[in-house]
Design a protein around this ligand. Structure first.
Ligand code: FAD
Ligand code: NAP
Length: 540
């Protein structure tokens, strides 16, 4: 069945060597297929290689944010902290690459620049920035939802004479901010993790905030041996519980009752208990928090009071309280000492709604209130999410149609897995799948397994092409939008909607119908002989 890897011809070309690409390669190898992974970076690990900023760590408990496909891997790996930090996650993914002997089929420091479908041959021609051209029956885009950083778009950003950093491209070996005056621009998850660490080192830190975020405490610490033992004894069951949970996160502990059905005292106690537990479980306190504005307001009020209690200066506290969108409609941040950082004498907050940035200058940052001088600026300004990495590759399907053009009005896919007109091109956690609205380790495994099962199914039938039908794609896109509109999510100017990138079409990209419903739909489609897909065998 294998095409043979000689002469640059593979059964499958995989783009990206993060969580997705590594597991994809492993599964295809098990099927006896030839596959080659192309990774732009100098290391495997994806997200966990690139985002080496101080404080970077997972926002889902480590026991849940890892692969589940290998009991042996589970048994030999132990997590040192409740929420693993970036170096440990990178070590884990390197261990996976070694343990499953993946490295011989991974080509690092190689960016895929183009992928063109040759209709007659039913093969993809893949071009890299090293000038290579390989062919493959299938291409799997494991390019990541959050792998293309937004570049600073303020006037004068290139003129700054000090050091500039982006959280996504942190220097190897770290940065020493001792004695320095530092600016952090942005207050998303990356900034909220980095700010306490930078503040502890710098002479002075100024945080430039445009939109405040909701953040909940992680209560991180060394792994509790009792928790590790419990997981070791019940891992299979707990993994299944995660797969059966709406966000594929077991720790959310989704309650069934609604927020306004209980008394204010009972509600306050429930929120308090979940705040004390830490992490995303706050959002699981009531079943209607992401559907009903009045219910959501109760959680907003609870967190606002928490911020007021944690931040000593009332004016600073008010600035840090989000007031323009529902809680949960942007991914909640999970922090370690974020709000308390603003009690330090060496930290100040600039509200960019009151005093917008006019320019980055050679000396620092100039807002409408004046210029502040810095030795270093840290940009924590986020990503061209979900479509960024794909739109950077010249992807052309049937008739030479460019994916960029097809998606000019916003991404369309069937199940977030395939796009009509682009046969044999699979996307891992693409727009239209739960993806970034879930525990991505779980979503990635489900996608990789669905894709490899599909490729195996094609092999058994000697099918040479599979493609989403336009009708199935349109119906799925309509469903994705319909479900999003039932929730409060579209009310936030989030990167889920592309709202953070000027000019990007405003389309709600991930699927919010819940991981279990989505997984069931994917399984049903496969069981019905890949319903909604067009399959070609021997040209027919
Ligand atoms: P990535 O890890 O992004 O890997 C994609 C790889 O593809 C990258 O290495 C990139 O260099 C490569 N690539 C892209 N384009 C090309 C090309 N043209 N040619 C060659 N290579 C290419 N999710 C959670 O569920 N929980 C978390 O706590 C969490 N924390 C996160 C923290 C940060 C800072 C960020 C940015 C994201 C976080 N995420 C989290 C989301 C995270 O991206 C996923 O959990 C997961 O790591 C994605 O794995 P991936 O392999 O799909 O993509
Ligand atoms: P982000 O959530 O998009 O945050 C970017 C921040 O930069 C926002 O505060 C944004 O303000 C601000 N910003 C952007 N452009 C700006 C400009 N021109 N001027 C001033 N401010 C500007 O990006 P992120 O923090 O990197 O996180 C992205 C996602 O990655 C998260 O939602 C999460 O899914 C994942 N992540 C997870 C973790 C974790 O805890 N494990 C850590 C990091 C990232 P506006 O909101 O006003 O646009």
């Amino acid at each position: 069945m294998a095409d043979g890897a000689q002469g640059g011809a593979y059964d499958v070309a995989i783009v990206g060597a993060g969580f997705s690409g590594l597991y994809m390669l492993h599964r295809l190898r098990e099927l006896g297929l030839s596959a080659r992974v192309f990774e732009a970076g100098p290391s495997v690990g994806g997200t966990w290689y690139w985002n080496r900023y101080p404080g970077a760590r997972v926002d889902i408990e480590s026991q849940e944010y890892c692969y589940s496909f290998s009991p042996e891997l589970d048994a030999e790996w132990t997590w040192s902290e409740r929420y693993a930090a970036q170096p440990e996650l990178l070590a884990y993914l390197n261990h996976v690459a070694d343990r499953f002997d993946l490295r011989p089929d991974i080509q690092l420091e190689t960016r895929v620049t183009a992928a063109h479908y040759a209709e007659a041959a039913r093969r993809w021609m893949v071009t890299t920035d090293r000038g290579e051209r390989v062919t493959a029956r299938h291409v799997v885009m494991a390019t990541g939802c959050l792998s293309v950083a937004k570049e600073p778009d303020m006037p004068g950003a290139d003129s700054f004479a000090g050091a500039s950093y982006h959280t996504h491209r942190w220097p190897d070996g770290g940065v020493d901010f001792t004695g320095k005056r530092v600016a952090v621009i942005g207050t998303g998850s990356s900034a909220i993790q980095a700010i306490p660490q930078i503040a502890a080192q710098a002479a002075h830190l100024t945080v430039y905030q445009r939109t405040p975020n909701f953040s909940v405490p992680a209560h991180n610490g060394p792994t509790d041996p009792a928790v590790a033992a419990d997981w070791a004894a019940n891992r299979a069951q707990y993994r299944q519980e995660a797969r059966d949970a709406g966000f594929a996160i077991r720790a959310v502990r989704q309650a069934e009752e609604t927020a306004l059905a209980v008394s204010p005292e009972e509600r306050a106690a429930a929120f308090e208990a979940r705040w004390a537990h830490g992490g995303f479980c706050l959002l699981g306190a009531y079943s209607d928090l992401i559907f009903d504005k009045a219910a959501n307001d109760t959680a907003v009020a609870f967190v606002a009071d928490k911020i007021r209690s944690l931040v000593e200066d009332p004016a600073t506290a008010e600035k840090l309280i989000p007031k323009t969108y529902p809680i949960g409609s942007k991914r909640i941040c999970v922090d370690t000492g974020y709000y308390q950082t603003f009690n330090r004498p060496n930290v100040s907050l600039v509200d960019l709604i009151e005093t917008p940035i006019e320019a980055i200058t050679p000396a620092g940052v100039r807002t409408t209130a004046g210029e502040e001088r810095f030795d270093a600026i840290v940009y924590a300004i986020g990503f061209d999410a979900m479509t960024g990495a794909l739109s950077k590759i010249d992807i052309r399907g049937k008739g030479g149609a460019a994916l960029r053009d097809r998606w000019a009005e916003g991404p369309k896919s069937y199940l977030g897995l395939m796009v009509a007109g682009f046969p044999n091109l699979f996307i891992v956690t693409g727009p239209g799948s739960p993806s970034v609205l879930s525990n991505m380790a779980v979503s990635i495994e489900q996608h990789v397994e669905w894709i490899s099962d599909c490729i195996a199914w094609m092999g058994e039938r000697q099918a040479d092409a599979i493609e989403a039908s336009e009708a199935a794609q349109e119906a799925w896109v309509a469903h994705v939008n319909e479900v999003a509109d039932l929730t409060l999510y579209p009310q936030a100017n989030s990167w889920y909607l592309g709202a953070n990138v000027p000019g990007k079409p405003r389309v709600f990209m991930p699927y919010i119908g819940g991981f279990p419903a989505y997984r069931e739909k994917c399984a049903e489609v496969a069981a019905k002989g890949y319903e909604g897909f067009l399959v070609t065998a021997g040209g027919a």
